[in-house]
Design a protein around this ligand. Structure first.
Ligand code: HPA
Length: 252
C-alpha cells in the first residue's frame, strides 16, 4: 500500500529517481489538483508524487488549488505527506543556498486563498488545534535522514508564508525577522493547515535557494535562484531516497 505522498515544489516538478508505475487523475469536490497523481517507486518503496505547480510549472503560488491537492492525496490513501518548499533564508544560520530546513513552526501572511475544508457547509463551526503545525514524528525522521546522508541541514525553524508571486521588500523581510521568521516561501500555507484538517501527518523540507530581500547587499537574483534550485533539488532527491524507507518502515 502507498503510504507516503510527496508534494514537489519549484524545481521539483518531476522526481528523476522515481520509477513511475502509473498516473491517476483524481477528482475532488474542490476541483482539479495541480496534476495527475504519479505513482512509483522511490528508495525501493511505493510513493505518490504531486507537483504543486503543475507538470510544466505553470501554476503560481497564489493560484495553486491547495484544497484539491490535499484532498486528492488523502483520497489516494496516503497517511504521511512530505512537502518540498523552496525558500529564501532570513536568519543568519539559514542564509546559505542549498541548506535544508525542517520547519517546526509557521507564520501565515497569505490572504485570499481558499484555506479551509471547514467552511459554512459544515453543520457546526469546527476549529482545529494548530499549535504545532507539522507532524513531529515525520519531521524527526527527515532530520535523521539528512544526518545519515550527511546533508547540510537545520533541524528546526519558523516558516513564513507570503502571498507572492512577487518577492518581499527588504522592510517586509525585516518585519518577518522581528516576528521570528527564519525562512520565507509562498506555498507553505494554506497547505499545512489543510493537511492538519484532514489529519494527515505532514512535514516540510524547505530548501534555501536565496538570501531573502535585504539580507545581502544585492537584489534577489532570479538567475541565481534558478541555479540554486537545481542543486538544491538534487539534494532533496538524496534526502528522499534516504528518508522514504524509514518513513514506510515506521508505518509498519
Ligand atoms: N521569498 C519568498 N519565496 C521564496 C523566496 C523568497 O525569498 N525564495 C524562494 N521562494
Amino acid at each position: 500500500m502507498t503510504t507516503v505522498g510527496i508534494i514537489g515544489g519549484s524545481g521539483l516538478t518531476n522526481l528523476k529517481n522515481l520509477k513511475i508505475t502509473r498516473r491517476e487523475v483524481v477528482r475532488t469536490p474542490y476541483g482539479e489538483p495541480s496534476a495527475p497523481m504519479v505513482y512509483g517507486q522511490l528508495g525501493g518503496r511505493e510513493v505518490v508524487f504531486l507537483p504543486r505547480h503543475g507538470p510544466g510549472h505553470t501554476i503560481p503560488p497564489h493560484e495553486v488549488n491547495y484544497r484539491a491537492n490535499i484532498w486528492a492525496l488523502k483520497e489516494t490513501g496516503v497517511t504521511r505527506v512530505i512537502a518540498v518548499n523552496a525558500v529564501g533564508g532570513i536568519s543568519r544560520d539559514y542564509l546559505k543556498p542549498g541548506t535544508l530546513v525542517f520547519p517546526d513552526q509557521i507564520i501565515d501572511y497569505t490572504y485570499g486563498r481558499a484555506h479551509t475544508f471547514f467552511g459554512s457547509e459544515l453543520k457546526q463551526v469546527t476549529h482545529i488545534d494548530f499549535s504545532y503545525p507539522y507532524c513531529e514524528e515525520l519531521r524527526r525522521m527527515l532530520v535523521e535522514a539528512a544526518r545519515q546522508a550527511k546533508l547540510e541541514a537545520a533541524e528546526s525553524g519558523t516558516y513564513a508564508a507570503t502571498q507572492g508571486p512577487r518577492f518581499e521588500s527588504a522592510a517586509e523581510i525585516a518585519r518577518i525577522e522581528r516576528d521570528g521568521g527564519d525562512v520565507v516561501g509562498m506555498t507553505g500555507m494554506p497547505e499545512a493547515g489543510l493537511a492538519k484538517e484532514l489529519e494527515l501527518c505532514y512535514a516540510s523540507v524547505a530548501v534555501v535557494v536565496n538570501p531573502a530581500a535585504g539580507k545581502v547587499k544585492k537584489e534577489v537574483s532570479l538567475k541565481e535562484i534558478e541555479k540554486n534550485l537545481e542543486t538544491g533539488m538534487a539534494t532533496v532527491r538524496v534526502l528522499l531516497e534516504q528518508a522514504i524507507p524509514m518513513v514506510v518502515k515506521s508505518e509498519g
